[in-house]
Design a protein around this ligand. Structure first.
Ligand SMILES: [Zn+2]
Length: 80
């Protein structure tokens, strides 16, 4: 995934989940120990499927794509 796509997906994830910015999202994750994740399938960049995943998810399962392309917000933000 390109850095541009990574930033765009993080911004989209915040928008979909109703967070002001990524810092608000990170604060919630630290409190809840689950993290919103978004599909980052390079073959289907239009897929913005989101779901709660483990905070370190890099290849969570996307129900839409039927592929392991879900990436957690913390990973997108470069936190972990
Ligand atoms: Zn997908």
């Amino acid at each position: 995934m390109s850095p541009e796509m990574q930033r765009a997906k993080l911004a989209k994830l915040c928008e979909i989940e109703g967070f002001e910015d990524e810092n608000e999202l990170f604060a919630v994750v630290i409190a809840d120990s689950v993290c919103p994740a978004i599909c980052c399938n390079p073959d289907n960049p239009e897929c913005d499927y989101t779901e709660e995943k483990e905070p370190d998810s890099r290849n969570g399962w996307c129900e839409e794509c039927q592929r392991p392309t879900m990436v957690a917000g913390l990973v997108l933000g470069g936190i972990i």
